[in-house]
Design a protein around this ligand. Structure first.
Ligand code: UDX
Length: 442
């Protein structure tokens, strides 16, 4: 096969949300370390600090891209459909200009699979493209299952408890009620989106930020559904050097963590999008204080403020931070999380068991796997009340049950570390991808 050593530029197109930009920038670092130049296409609303964190990366703005704030007005499903519809022509223009100005050196366009408008430009300019899935392989298989459903019939079926609890073929323990549709209403439009993601795809490969030891059977299913090579090369954060936080990290919490006993602290973060209702915050705060375990709680700027009396109580027993450097600290013994995929991978990579409080979508699926497949966490369902919070914290930090979860999480941590070392599954998948990028481009 002819070497394409002269085509060493990779174009990356992330979905403009923290949970998607982060793994894409980590992927960029992994490919950059293999000798590729990186160009990142972003919307104007993204504030990834290019010069500060990513010297050598080129950043290009896609003009007139739909502002992410539109999600609030039209909801995530219509936002994604509209974003893809309105960006196709502008992205083509951007790529065309790049080819004129910089020469025909693009080896591949790697795009978030939700940014499927990129497929048209890749086709037009005959540039190979690869999709990047920033959530789990199981989630992607579920989206395939959903894409084949009839929305009306499915909603009627889901009124029958037997059908709700029926396990999805080959996907044990996922039952039909676990399919990740919550938060993406109306279902009919969501299924349109799932189908568009598949039909508009022109990619010759799929990168997944997962590790084969976590979801090998889902990866096999996905490979069958996609019909293109699948590269499970996660968890990408382990090898990435630079952070791509859109918010300033407050490192003052490290000093506080340094004063806590090993594995005693509950770290609480609900990721970069979701906000907890005040009623639930109150129950959480009381339960956490009653547990007498120290806690570090991320309350993002813009989230509902803590009521004053709660704020006082909480700051006596815990530490509140606007945005934390979410990485290893020996004092952290448990992670209270909404189970976003990045947080899930980050927690496992540290061998930290979890309290799962998913909001919607694939977070519930991740929580199901955390609790019942990998058995490294406790799922809090229904209404949260302080007694339940106190018990969950004690179970996780003080009881035998929590110790067993920690042991299993530590085994997975070892497997993660092994996977990115020479000969490991993710290490090999990255090398296969690099080999493809260097030699196989159409
Ligand atoms: C979104 C979706 O909500 C989630 O379901 C999907 O899996 C990924 O995209 P988000 O809700 O932001 O992501 O959650 P998550 O995937 O966990 O990503 C949050 C990121 O923010 C993590 O990388 C985490 O390390 C980082 N973070 C969070 C910080 O760096 N500091 C903090 O204080 C909190």
């Amino acid at each position: 096969m002819e070497k394409r050593a002269e085509k060493k530029r990779i174009v990356l197109v992330p979905l403009p949300l923290q949970g998607h930009i982060t793994p894409m920038m980590q992927l960029g670092q992994a490919l950059n370390s293999k000798g590729f130049s990186i160009t990142v296409f972003l919307g104007e609303f993204n504030r990834v600090s290019s010069s500060k964190h990513f010297p050598g990366f080129q950043f290009i703005t896609i003009p007139e891209i739909l502002p992410v704030a539109e999600v609030e007005a039209i909801g995530p499903v219509e936002f994604l459909i509209k974003l893809n519809k309105t960006s196709e022509a502008n992205f083509k223009d951007c790529v065309s200009q790049m080819l004129i100005q910089q020469g025909n050196d693009i080896a591949c366009i790697i795009y978030d699979d939700l940014m499927y408008f990129c497929g048209a430009a890749a086709n037009e300019f005959k540039i190979p493209s690869i999709i990047f899935c920033t959530t789990s392989a199981t989630h992607k298989v579920c989206n395939y299952v959903l894409s084949k459903l009839n929305a009306e019939k499915f909603l009627i079926d889901m009124e029958d408890p037997d059908l709700q609890n029926k396990v999805v073929e080959n996907l044990h323990p996922v039952s039909f009620k676990d399919l990740p549709i919550g938060g993406f209403e109306p279902l009919e439009r969501f299924l349109v989106l799932c189908r568009e993601i598949i039909t508009k795809r022109s990619a010759c490969g799929a990168i997944i930020n997962t590790v084969s030891c976590l979801e090998s059977s889902s990866l096999t299913l996905l490979q069958q559904e996609f019909g293109i090579p699948v590269y499970p090369l996660g968890p990408l954060h382990i090898t990435a050097k630079e952070t791509s936080s859109l918010l300033e990290e407050d490192r003052s919490c490290i000093e506080w963590l340094n004063k806590q006993k090993p594995r005693s602290v509950i770290y609480i973060s609900m990721g970069s999008i979701f906000d907890i209702e005040t009623k639930e915050v109150l129950e959480m705060a009381n339960g956490l204080c009653d547990s007498n375990q120290p806690f570090l709680w991320v309350i993002r700027p813009g989230s509902k403020p803590l009521p004053e009396e709660v704020s006082k109580m909480v700051s006596e027993k815990g530490f509140i931070v606007k945005w934390a450097p979410q990485n290893a600290h020996p004092a952290v013994g448990g992670f209270w999380s909404h189970c976003g995929w990045n947080s899930t991978l980050e927690s496992i990579a540290e061998g930290v068991p979890m309290i799962c409080r998913p909001f919607n979508g694939e977070q519930k699926l991740n929580a199901l796997y955390i609790e019942s497949v990998w058995r490294i966490g406790i799922l809090l369902q229904g209404e949260v009340e302080r007694g339940g919070v106190e018990r969950a914290v004690k179970r996780l930090i003080m009881d035998e049950e929590g110790a067993s979860m920690r042991e299993r999480a530590l085994v997975l941590k070892e497997k993660f570390n092994y996977s990115v070392r020479s000969g490991g599954s993710s290490y090999n998948a990255l090398n296969e991808l690099v080999n493809y990028l260097e030699t196989e481009g159409k």
